[in-house]
Design a protein around this ligand. Structure first.
Ligand code: ZN
Length: 411
C-alpha cells in the first residue's frame, strides 16, 4: 500500500512502542526508530515470523507494563507452543471499532440479530464478532460452535438474520437446514464468513443453500483477530482498515516487494496496537493488492480473496501446486462438489496423489467416468497425475475449524 509521511510517522511510533518490550528489543537490536526515514529504511527491517512469537512464550510479546494488560488471547497450539497475545484496554476497544466497521460494510444494522458460531475463549474469533456487534447495537446470540440441533433451534426461534461462521461450519449448517426442510423457517439474510481459502463453488453453495449474501472477513489472532478487513457488497476483494495497520505484499521466496498486482504473501505491521505491536509480521496468506477505487465508495484499499497459504503450496514430482488452482479446476467440472481432500504419499520411490471428492452422482459407471474426467483435467491443466476417488455427498469430514484439504504424508 501507499506510504505517506503520516504512515511513516505512525510506523516509527509503532516501532518505538514495540521496542519497549523485551521481544523487539532483542529482535531489532541496533535499530533506532528515528532512523526509519523512508520506505526503503522500513523495508530493511527484519520480518517477524510466527516462530519468533512462539519463542516469546508466555508473555515475552508484552510491550507495556502488566497493569495495562486487560486480556490475553492465544493462537491454536496444534503445532507446538502456542502464541500468547496481550491486549490493553485500548487494543480491545480498537478491535471492536474495526469490527463494527466490518458489520457496517456488510450492511448489518441495529435491527439485526447476529448469530455467532465461532468459538469463545482463548481463540479470538467469537469474542471479536461479539464486541463488534454489541458496539453496533445489534442483538447478539453468542452460540459458540457445535450442537447443531441447538444452533438450528435458536436460529429459528430467535429469527437470526446474520450468521457468523467459518466456511466449513456454514456449509454444515446449510446442509442440515436443507436436510431438515427448515429453509422457510430460517430468516438469515447475510453471513459473515471467517476468511480462509474457499473456492467460488463452495461460496455459491453456501450462499444458495442458506439464501444469504456472503461477506469474507479477514484477520488473525496475532493481529487483533478477525475484523481487520472485510469484503463489501461488490465482492471484489477485502477492504483493509489501514488506519490501524500497514500492509505489504512480498514474494515469499525472494522476500522482495511484489510488483503491483502480483500475488504474494501478506505482511502486516500494526499502527496502533499497544499490548503486542507487530512489525512486518509474515501472515503466510497469499493474495494481491487490487488497484483503483471500489464502487462502494469506501476509501480503504483492497486485497484480493485469499488464494491459500505460502506454507500450503506443495511440490509433487517437481510441480508446485496451489490449493486455489485445485479449487478452480474442480469447480469447472460438472458433478464434482466443492468438498475434496488430497492425500499425498510416497510409495516405492514415487509420489502418489489420491484425490477424494464428493459427487451428487450415484451410479458406479457414472462415478467411474467422472473420475476419468478429473484425472484428465489434472493432467492437462496442472500437469500432474492424480488418482481420483469419487465418494457420496457428506462422506468427507466437515469441521468447525478451518479445514485443511491437503495432507502431505511424505515426511
Ligand atoms: Zn467496496
Amino acid at each position: 500500500m501507499n506510504m505517506t509521511e503520516e504512515t511513516l510517522a505512525g510506523l516509527r511510533k509503532s516501532i518505538a512502542g514495540a521496542m519497549k518490550g523485551g521481544f523487539y528489543r532483542g529482535h531489532f537490536k541496533g535499530i533506532r526508530p528515528e532512523d526509519i526515514q523512508s520506505r526503503a529504511d522500513f523495508e530493511k527491517l527484519p520480518f517477524t515470523q510466527k516462530e519468533d512469537l512462539r519463542e516469546a512464550y508466555p508473555l515475552g510479546l508484552a510491550a507495556v507494563n502488566e497493569e495495562k494488560i486487560v486480556r490475553i488471547h492465544s493462537s491454536s497450539g496444534t503445532t507446538g507452543t502456542p502464541v500468547i497475545v496481550p491486549y490493553t484496554r485500548r487494543d480491545v476497544e480498537d478491535w471492536a471499532v474495526m469490527f463494527r466497521r466490518c458489520y457496517e460494510t456488510a450492511g448489518v444494522t441495529r435491527a439485526d440479530r447476529v448469530h455467532i458460531t465461532p468459538g469463545y475463549g482463548l481463540w479470538t474469533a467469537g469474542i471479536g464478532f461479539q464486541l463488534g456487534a454489541e458496539l453496533l447495537g445489534a442483538m447478539t446470540i453468542p452460540m459458540g460452535p457445535g450442537n447443531t440441533d441447538k444452533q438450528l433451534r435458536m436460529m429459528e426461534d430467535l429469527q437470526s438474520t446474520v450468521l457468523c461462521a467459518t466456511s466449513s461450519y456454514a456449509l454444515l449448517l446449510a446442509e442440515e437446514i436443507e436436510r431438515r426442510g427448515l429453509r422457510d423457517k430460517i430468516c438469515l439474510k447475510k453471513s459473515l464468513i471467517g476468511s480462509e481459502r474457499w473456492g467460488e463453488k463452495m461460496r455459491k453453495r453456501i450462499a444458495n443453500e442458506l439464501g444469504v449474501e456472503l461477506y469474507d472477513i479477514y484477520g488473525l489472532t496475532e493481529i487483533y483477530g478477525p475484523g481487520i478487513g472485510i469484503s463489501c457488497k461488490y465482492e471484489c476483494g477485502m477492504h483493509m482498515w489501514t488506519d490501524y495497520l500497514y500492509y505489504e505484499i512480498i514474494n515469499p521466496r525472494t522476500e522482495k516487494q511484489a510488483k503491483p498486482g502480483e500475488t504474494g504473501e501478506l505482511v502486516i505491521t500494526t499502527l496502533r496496537k499497544e499490548g503486542a505491536p507487530l512489525i512486518r509480521y509474515r501472515t503466510h496468506d497469499l493474495t494481491r493488492e487490487l488497484p483503483g477505487a471500489c464502487k462502494c465508495g469506501l476509501d480503504y484499499p483492497r486485497i484480493d480473496t485469499l488464494i491459500g497459504r505460502s506454507d500450503d503450496m506443495v511440490k509433487v514430482r517437481g510441480t508446485l501446486i496451489y490449493p486455489s488452482r485445485i479449487d478452480e479446476l474442480l469447480a469447472a467440472i460438472p458433478g464434482v462438489s466443492s468438498e475434496y481432500q488430497i492425500q499425498i504419499d510416497h510409495l516405492n520411490g514415487k509420489d502418489i496423489v489420491n484425490l477424494f471428492f464428493e459427487t451428487v452422482l450415484k451410479g458406479r459407471d457414472e462415478m467411474k467416468n467422472l473420475e476419468k474426467t478429473v484425472e484428465d483435467a489434472f493432467k492437462h491443466t496442472i500437469g500432474i497425475t492424480v488418482k481420483p476417488i469419487a465418494v457420496a455427498m457428506g462422506e468427507l469430514p466437515r469441521s468447525e475449524k478451518k479445514s485443511t484439504r491437503i495432507f502431505d504424508n511424505r515426511y
